[in-house]
Design a protein around this ligand. Structure first.
Ligand code: AHR
Length: 508
């Protein structure tokens, strides 16, 4: 019989608000993410607006995407934005040295990206080029995008067909400066970030939220250096005017860099190793937050995890530089586990961006290169089922010790994970059972209020390796979940092995 897991939620004690930006996305000029994924060009047979695929846009609009990061990634630090404006036929081409050594024709540039954000209803998050760009180039880009009235960059923008400025809040000062973004030392990058951040001006009432390129996974020393160098130390820490947040990146890779493992051919041990790697994101956010707390206990500087997700071996027969991978039920559980952790850290973590939205790494959508057919991945469904947490107040979930767990390479992996939030009289509870073979019954003790169930849905399949294809697009898709029952103190939710469940309820 299923193991029983008691959990307490105080409905009347709202915690920090879960920023909608924790559900952010990432689109890099990498493989078939931008070209073929988002952008097919105006001459395509596929329905498009200005070359942007409308079926992709429609599918993504159902996720309420809050922000989209672009143009990289590693690509950002070799991207020169002026090559991507003006008539397409006269835009210079370049070689995308990071991703497949293919030619980039710059047909998708600033105007196309901003049009995409408008179609998606998402805020742009632009990563500027610190690695191989100049301060002037970045400063001009901000002016081109956001300045009103008359100025050299405004005249250029108008000549390219855009009269009004756009609003751009999120601005990245480079990417992975410790690696592909310039192989810098932390002190060296901090000095660059000070210079670049200074000349990225707030034009009119467009206030930039500048995000410094942060650490690689557990590099807490990098975070500490940025906190010291980008703020004013004193009795009370003052973040510098040219830096509002810092980032870090963490990918779930249970194998090695040389052999990361297959997205669909894996065993139960691989599954648990994957979950244990995914669960590490809690330790990492805690670690970076602790360092930040030492300097900035008021939590004025935001922490941004602007790249996360699974990274598998590419699908056999595809370009190794294109990072195209399948996406199974296991990936969905990686995503649901991450969101539980994000919700718990809503006081410091202000933004997160899955890598990447279409056709690259842990994507929402995979498109067929020949037929163009579009498939929604299991990960897509987690984003959709969880979207009610966006901008909701987090609710703490208390779980007792002695919960179901698996030992994975000497560490304990808790196999049941939960998070909850409330907004406008609605409660959303997300529950994941990471166990490959055992079901669980979660006994929710809901205190400080009563609820009426509005809808319960489940995402699962007979096998963890199940994934969606054009022939079986709904092999992993949400279905109504009947096994949620009211109890005198709250709710009992049955979680089959390897499943993700959301319960939407109204406060009565
Ligand atoms: O998302 C793929 C790559 O991973 C990004 O370009 C880079 O920032 C990271 O190493």
């Amino acid at each position: 019989s299923p193991v029983t897991v008691p959990a307490i939620i105080n409905l009347d004690v709202p915690g920090p608000v879960i920023s909608r930006h924790l559900y952010g996305h990432f689109a890099e000029h990498l493989g078939r993410c931008v070209y073929d994924g988002f952008y097919v060009g105006e001459d395509s047979d596929l329905p498009n607006e200005g070359g942007i695929r409308l079926d992709v846009v429609e599918a993504l609009r159902a996720l309420n995407i809050p922000n989209l990061r672009w143009p990289g990634g590693c690509f950002a630090d070799e991207y020169h934005w002026m090559d991507g404006i003006g008539p397409k036929e006269s835009r210079p081409a370049m070689v995308n040295t990071h991703w497949g050594n293919v030619e980039e024709n710059n047909h998708f540039g600033t105007h196309e990206f901003m049009a995409l954000c408008e179609l998606l209803g998402a805020e742009p998050y632009i990563s500027g080029n610190v690695g191989s760009g100049t301060v002037r180039e970045m400063s001009d880009w901000v002016e081109y995008l956001t300045r009103e009235g008359d100025s050299p960059m405004v005249r250029l923008r108008k000549a390219n067909g855009r009269e009004e400025p756009w609003r751009v809040r999120f601005w990245g000062l480079g990417n992975e400066a410790w690696g592909c973004g310039g192989n810098m030392k932390a002190e060296q990058y901090a000095a660059e970030a000070r210079r670049f951040g200074t000349y990225c001006r707030d034009h009119g009432d467009n206030k930039l939220y500048r995000i410094a390129a942060g650490a690689n996974s557990a590099d807490y020393a990098w975070t500490e250096t940025l906190m010291k160098q980008l703020g004013e130390l004193g009795c009370a820490y003052r973040p510098a005017s040219f830096m509002q947040a810092l980032s870090f990146h963490y990918y779930t890779i249970p194998g090695t860099w040389q052999d990361k493992g297959s997205a669909t051919e894996f065993g139960v041990d691989d599954h648990y190793r994957t979950m244990a790697q995914a669960a590490r994101v809690d330790e990492l956010i805690t670690g970076h937050s602790n360092v930040m707390d030492c300097y900035d206990p008021g939590k004025n500087v935001g922490l941004v995890l602007d790249e996360w997700g699974t990274w598998w071996n590419v699908e056999p027969g595809t370009n190794p530089g294109f990072l195209y991978q399948q996406n199974s039920l296991r990936d969905a559980l990686v995503a649901s586990l991450h969101f539980d952790v994000f919700h718990r850290h809503a006081d410091r973590l202000v933004m997160a961006n899955i890598a990447q939205t279409v056709n690259v790494l842990q994507a929402m959508i995979l498109t067929d290169p020949d037929s163009g057919a579009l498939v929604l991945t299991p990960t897509y469904h987690v984003f959709e089922m969880n979207k009610g947490h966006q901008d909701a107040a987090s609710l703490r979930v208390d779980l007792p010790d002695g919960l179901p767990a698996r030992q994975v390479d000497g560490t304990e992996l808790r196999t049941v994970s939960l998070s909850a939030s409330r907004k406008n009289g609605q409660v959303l509870i997300s529950l994941s059972n990471l166990d490959a073979g055992e079901a669980a019954d979660v006994e929710l003790d809901l205190r400080g209020g009563a609820v009426a169930i509005a809808r319960a849905r489940i995402l699962t399949a007979g096998d963890l390796r199940t994934h969606n294809t054009p022939d079986a697009p709904e092999a992993v898709a949400p279905r109504p979940h009947e096994q949620v029952t009211a109890t005198p103190s709250g709710l009992r939710v049955h979680l089959p092995a390897h499943s993700f469940v959301t319960v939407e309820a109204s406060l009565t």
